[in-house]
Design a protein around this ligand. Sequence first.
Ligand code: ADP
Length: 344
Amino acid sequence: MYSLNAELKSFSQIVKEFVMALGQSRTYNLRKNWYCFFGILWGIPVPIVTISVDLYASQLNPTTSNIIQIIITHPFHIFFILHPLLFGIVFGAMGTVRHNKEQRIRELNRLKSNFLSMVSHELRTPLTTILGYITYLKTEKAGSLNQAQKDCLIISEEEAELLNHLIEELLDLSKIETGQFKVNLEGVNLSGVISKAISSLKLLAQKQEVTLENDIPENLPLVLADKERILQVVVNLIENGIKFNRRGGKVSIYASNHSQDNKLLFSVSDTGIGIPEDKLEKIFDTFYQVDSSRKRRYGGCGLGLAISKTILKLHHGAIWAESKIGAGSKFTFELIKYDNQTPT
Ligand code: ADP
């Protein structure tokens, strides 16, 4: 019953949108609305076929006077002659409905981006103050702290950092959506970037009892990259490798350099829970998480990989995942070698 109601509602909505489109000038504008033009083309064969059939049945030659005579004797032909016009109007209205819908979606996206950027900025300012005070209190310049107070501060700092990370990701997303997300490409040796990522995650790995293994050689060829943005990708991949791992597990980072190729591949593999085969593409969508239940054990909001994918796209590179449930996952991204750089 409910579904029938819903169907009727959506049908009446379609009819309403169609009728409203009939009242809009765009529906009849051949230049702005190609649907209308297409409708006219679609309708042209109708009178041609009907009149031809009638001429053939009456054994008349297709001359102008015979055609006029047929139309006068069978006035229903006027209805067929009007078909290109009717089709033009119906198709034109469909084009207007589509245009209106696209405009609504664009407007919603704009509102969403504005909202995202406004909320993130408003959250960021007080959070920076909170983090500043936590750091200040930890120096004990405002008075010495006992162990319980220090522990409270450490937890507060960790949680505030998590929130900060989330806000950074939301800000990146709003930049991506408004086309303001940019990269600054130059020749970079990624071994330094990867070492930096590893040292920033050492503590987290220790806490989760996960070993980090860096197999990146020092003398890598340079790649065309934005250091900060690629650092963001590598941190995200290693962090996920730690987060979705088991105690005693391992995360390894290595590079493959095929000298005949103009690309360098970097892989982050882990011995964690793995990802189902049919989710390997979806995990790169915004806000997608394999386990999104409320009982979910892992932090995050499903933006890291989507942002990483955009970053790699802006590098003319790519990122992909391979995985086996229960055995672990491997994320690989490719970057162009600096000597063979392509125009950016
Ligand atoms: P987040 O980690 O913040 O949820 P990401 O975009 O980084 O967001 O990852 C999206 C989802 O992909 C994760 O929620 C998780 O379900 C899955 N995922 C990512 N990396 C791994 C990994 N190394 N092992 C298992 N699952 C992973």
